[in-house]
Write a protein that binds this ligand. Structure first.
Ligand SMILES: C[S@@+](CC[C@H](N)C(=O)[O-])C[C@H]1O[C@@H](n2cnc3c(N)ncnc32)[C@H](O)[C@@H]1O
Length: 265
């Protein structure tokens, strides 16, 4: 592996994980309040930093049509190919660039809105990435970052699997996340990058029905396995506990999303 795991696992995504991400990162009406601080209007130029499978990128493109344009950038070449095809099929003005960041491969002042969702926890430097997001934003433009905070996860399966859950989440976080407390750091990062009128909102929907299972299985359990710190038998037991908790109604999962918006003067 040429790069650290937190970066390389986004470069190498097998077909199974691509289909899991189509589920995990699908656009859902519950995400609507997260988009609101962008104040999207027809005609705007928008950058989606770490656009992934592109489901949200296409929603951004719908909201700036007609006349607007969305650009997505992502380290994973297959995400870029898949989202480009989706944009063509939907006849939306969205283009996708395959690149690692920071730096961002765009000129200064070239976007009216810059959006970055659930990405800054994985990059080599969140501060440098936010500085780049500000550089490519035109004066008067808006920057919005959405991120979670791994030290605020609430997960309940069964009382006797708490210790196992804690160890699995800790192993997963240690290998796959560069900055697990990114949510609470966004406000400071935005200030230090020179953004103004900074506003922080926190959205924390509780999942009691198991909607988060694809994320637990395709991401958390896989990261924990790749850490080499958790035996497969333990992971299998954990996943069985999680499924049982959903079936018997004791499952509870919250991963708060910090939505931070700033304006470039
Ligand atoms: C959790 S996904 C979020 C995708 C998308 N923003 C969404 O919410 O649907 C994180 C994305 O960031 C991309 N990414 C992570 N680190 C990156 C880096 N250093 N450079 C470019 N893209 C990166 C990954 O490939 C992945 O698509």
């Amino acid at each position: 592996m040429s790069e650290p795991y937190y970066k390389q696992h986004w470069v190498d995504i097998d077909p199974d994980r691509h289909s899991a991400y189509d589920q995990i990162l699908a656009f859902h009406p519950a995400l609507e309040p997260l988009l609101r601080p962008l104040d999207l209007k027809p005609g705007l130029r928008v950058l989606d930093v770490g656009s992934g499978p592109g489901h949200t990128t296409l929603e951004l493109a719908r909201r700036v049509a007609p006349g607007g344009k969305v650009t997505g950038v992502d380290i994973n070449a297959e995400f870029v190919a898949r989202s480009s095809a989706r944009a063509r099929d939907a006849k939306l003005d969205a283009t996708f660039v395959n690149s690692s960041f920071p730096p961002l491969p765009f000129p200064d002042n070239s976007f009216d809105r810059v959006w970055c969702k659930n990405v800054l926890e994985y990059v080599d430097s969140a501060a440098d990435t936010v500085a780049e997001m500000v550089r490519v934003t035109a004066p008067g433009g808006v920057v919005v970052a959405v991120d979670s905070d791994w030290d605020m996860i609430a997960l309940e399966t069964a009382p006797d699997s708490r210790e196992r859950s804690n160890r699995i989440l800790a192993a997963s976080k240690a290998i796959a996340i560069k900055e697990p407390r990114i949510g609470r750091q966004l406000h400071g990062l935005f200030r230090r990058a020179g953004l103004n009128q900074i506003k922080v909102e926190i959205f924390a929907g509780a999942d009691t029905a198991g909607r988060s299972l694809p994320m637990l299985k395709a991401s958390f359990a896989r990261y924990a396995r790749d850490s080499g710190k958790i035996a497969q038998s333990e992971l299998d037991q954990w996943l069985a506990d999680v499924d049982a908790a959903v079936a018997n109604g004791s499952y509870f999962f919250v991963l708060p999303q910090f939505v931070v918006r700033g304006v470039k003067n």
